[in-house]
Structures are given as structure tokens and as C-alpha cells.
Design a protein around this ligand. Structure first.
Ligand SMILES: Nc1nc2c(ncn2[C@@H]2O[C@H](COP(=O)(O)OP(=O)(O)OP(=O)(O)O)[C@@H](O)[C@H]2O)c(=O)[nH]1
Ligand SMILES: [Mg+2]
Length: 395
């Protein structure tokens, strides 16, 4: 699972990245601070199944606190995108190629309205962040169109060899993680299944790219810097203006502060908590900082960083978490429930077997639902938080 962080410069992409991964990266109010992409592990939260067995799990990767299991995902922070990037403005949009494999994008919007469309500092509240939503969609559309345009001549020649549109475009966009099903759907909706590529208009090409972006690079919005004075109003405005979007209020700076305070043992705080408790004597300055954090958490139900990642993976992509249930839940090194896999919603027992190992998939005999002890077949659809053992014939 790869989550891409996108947006214009200075909205707090790298701050969000650092808040989620704890990996220190360069960040500053100067536009284009990030040039080379940052990639690291973040986590999404799953209600662990260990409590159902009255045990404490021991994850191989990630961690688990009080049956709150944090499962690794990858996060990618790229350079800022400005209007006209597809024509080479700012850093252009070539760096978006880093996002080719992203399953979902988090658009970091500066909800405080303190950066203009180029990411330059302006007085708080003087810029309307709603402007950024459509511009980002447009730049992504043109990025995808650029990929198509670069190969258009070749595709038109191949079309003459009576290759099918769906096959040519599937090959063309496989690098963006598109499946044939998606391409067939896009062509059908556009009524371009059988139209000779040589006769496609510019608009038809762009229309297809828009649909591909919509399906293949779905976006959720993080209304960041909500700790600043105009954050609340702009967060409400974003939700109202874009009802088709998931919009989550977020303060990446607050998350960094809280994680830092928890590491220093000043507070009890686990990412995703709605609030925190102070457990040490604080000096007046620290106390003031924590008072501000409390206000932010109370107003927005937490800092929103963990909420964004969870929402992207579970509420939006509808992924499910599956725990392998073999060996009485214990691996060869004695770890209980060592793994937890994030899988698409329509995962069958056989898909999960192949995810574990191709030998397990090829030798599949049956799957056992560890919670109910029932045997199920290859086609059985798995559910969120299932614990599944695969019985297979060894090669
Ligand atoms: N008040 C507040 N400031 C924030 C928040 N998140 C980021 N900032 C500030 O916004 C500025 C830009 O942050 P970056 O993380 O460098 O922004 P970026 O989007 O990565 O910028 P580029 O790499 O230039 O595209 C920094 O001064 C951050 O401290 C937040 O949640 N609240
Ligand atoms: Mg950055």
C-alpha cells in the first residue's frame, strides 16, 4: 500500500510526512523546500484480534498497544505542484512520475489560507483554499495526458494492426497501476471502445485521462494547518464546496508536537488518540504549548493525521486487514499473530493464499476461519479482521 502526499508548495506535505512517519525531513515556509521525494513507513490502525484470544500479539512489523494494531503502509512526499505545472511552471510535473504506483493520494490543503497558489506566504485567511482542489485535479489530469501523448504516435500505429483499444491502453497505463477492468470501464463510459485512435479528438483523450485519474488515483483532502485561526471556517467551506470528497481536518504540526512530548514522557499519547494526558511536571512554556494542543484536539477530535491515513485505506479504498492463522497463531520464532495484511475488499481465500506465497496458492486445499473453526473454499470472500489459516499441499 503506497499513499502519495500531494499539493501546492508550503501546505505542509513534508510536515504531514514527518508527523506520520517520525522520519525527520526538511520543511520550511519557503516554496519548493522538497525537491527529491521522501519515502518511509507510516501506519494505519486496525482493531487487533489478539484481545479476542485474550493474548498480547507480537508484530513482526508495526506495533500494537492495547489491541490497537498499527500496520505498516508506505508514504511518499513529493515536491509541490503549482498551477500550470504541466506546461513546466514551478518544478513542472515530471516528479509526479514518482507517484505512479500510489494507490491513493492525500491532497494536503492549507486550510489556514496563508499561502497563495504558488505556495508563497500571505496573511492568514486571505487565500481561499477551495481554489486548490480543482487545480490539483487538473494538473494530475494533464500529467496523465502527458504520459498518453508521449506514446500517442506509437499507439495510433499499433491501432492500424487492429489491436483493441482496451488492450493498448491497458499496456499503456499498467505503470500507473491500472487493470484491464478499469480501462474497459473508462472506455465504455466514454463510448470510445471501438473508435479508431487516429480519430480521437483532443477532448476525448483528456476525458479518458480524467476518468483514469478519478478511478486510479483517488484523492482525499487533508485540511491542514487547522490549528490556525481561519482553519475551522475553511475546513467547513471545503466540506461544503466538495461534498464528493472525504475532507479531514488536520494539524500536522500538532501531531509532531504531541509525538515529541510523548517520546519525552511528558504526556500519554498514541497516534490517533482524540486527546492526551499530561503525566509530568511541565515548565510554563511547555504548559502553554500543551494548552494550545488541547484546544486543537478538542476542536477537531485529535490532530487528524492518523485519521487521514486510516480513512484513505479503510473508509475510502475499503481495504480489509487479514491475519494469517496458521501454526496456532504463532510463527517459528515464537511471535504471536506476527503479521497482518492489508488486502482489497474483494479478496478471496485463494487470493490471500497467493499473497502469502505462490506455493501456498498453488497447493491450496482449503482455508480455515480461525475464529469460527469453519473450513471454507477458494472462492470464499474474506472480511475485515478475519484470521485465516491456509491448508495446502507442499510442492
Ligand atoms: N500552523 C501550522 N503550520 C504548519 C502545519 N503544517 C505545516 N506547517 C508549516 O508550513 C510550512 C511549510 O511546511 P512544509 O512541510 O515544508 O510544506 P511542503 O508542503 O512540504 O512544502 P514544499 O516542500 O515546499 O512543497 C512550514 O513552516 C511548517 O511549519 C500545521 O499543521 N500547522
Ligand atoms: Mg516538502
Amino acid at each position: 500500500m503506497l499513499i502519495g502526499i500531494v499539493g501546492k508548495p508550503s501546505t505542509g506535505k513534508s510536515t504531514f510526512f514527518m508527523a506520520a512517519t517520525s522520519v525527520p525531513v526538511e520543511r520550511s515556509p519557503r516554496p519548493f523546500t522538497t525537491i527529491k521525494p521522501n519515502r518511509a513507513v507510516a501506519y494505519v490502525e486496525v482493531e487487533c484480534v489478539d484481545k479476542e484470544f485474550n493474548k498480547q500479539c507480537n508484530p513482526r512489523s508495526g506495533f500494537c498497544v492495547n489491541a490497537r494494531r498499527f500496520v505498516p503502509v508506505e508514504l511518499l512526499d513529493v515536491a509541490g505542484l503549482v498551477p500550470g505545472a504541466h506546461e513546466g511552471k514551478g518544478l513542472g510535473n515530471k516528479f509526479l512520475d514518482d507517484l505512479r504506483q500510489a494507490d491513493v493520494l492525500v491532497h494536503i490543503v492549507d486550510a489556514s489560507g496563508s499561502t497563495n497558489e504558488m505556495g508563497e506566504k500571505v496573511p492568514v485567511g486571505s487565500y481561499d483554499p477551495c481554489n486548490d482542489v480543482r487545480f490539483l485535479e487538473q494538473e494530475l489530469d494533464y500529467w496523465i495526458k502527458g504520459i498518453l501523448d508521449n506514446n500517442w504516435g506509437k499507439l495510433v500505429r499499433e491501432a492500424k494492426l487492429s489491436k483493441k483499444n482496451e488492450d493498448m491502453l491497458t499496456t499503456q497505463f499498467s505503470g500507473l497501476g491500472m487493470t484491464k477492468d478499469v480501462i474497459v470501464k473508462v472506455l465504455k463510459e466514454s463510448k470510445l471502445e471501438d473508435k479508431n485512435l487516429a480519430d480521437w479528438t483532443e477532448e476525448e483523450r483528456l476525458g479518458v485521462c480524467k476518468k483514469i485519474r478519478h478511478i486510479g488515483k483517488p484523492i482525499i483532502i487533508a485540511a491542514n494547518k487547522c490549528d490556525l485561526s481561519t482553519g475551522w471556517d475553511n475546513y467547513q467551506k471545503l466540506k461544503k464546496t466538495f461534498p464528493e470528497y472525504v475532507v479531514i481536518a488536520c494539524s500536522a504540526e500538532a501531531e509532531i508536537t504531541l509525538k515529541g512530548a510523548a517520546k519525552a514522557n511528558f504526556i500519554d499519547y498514541i497516534p490517533g488518540d482524540r486527546t492526551f494526558t499530561i503525566k509530568a511536571e511541565l515548565n510554563p512554556e511547555q504548559k502553554k504549548a500543551m494548552d494550545i494542543m488541547k484546544l486543537v484536539c478538542d476542536k477537531y477530535d485529535g490532530t487528524g493525521v492518523q485519521k487521514c491515513l486510516n480513512a484513505a485505506v479503510f473508509d475510502f479504498l475499503h481495504y480489509i486487514a487479514i491475519f494469517p492463522g496458521g501454526g496456532n497463531l504463532i510463527d517459528s520464532q515464537g511471535r504471536l499473530l506476527p503479521d497482518c495484511f492489508l488486502m482489497p475488499q474483494t479478496t478471496r481465500a485463494i487470493d490471500f493464499a497467493f499473497k502469502l506465497h505462490s506455493d501456498i496458492g498453488n497447493g491450496f486445499i482449503k482455508a480455515i476461519d480461525y475464529k469460527t473453526k469453519q473450513a471454507v473454499g477458494k472462492e470464499h470472500l474474506l472480511h475485515h479482521r478475519d484470521v485465516i489459516e491456509i491448508v495446502f499441499k507442499k510442492p
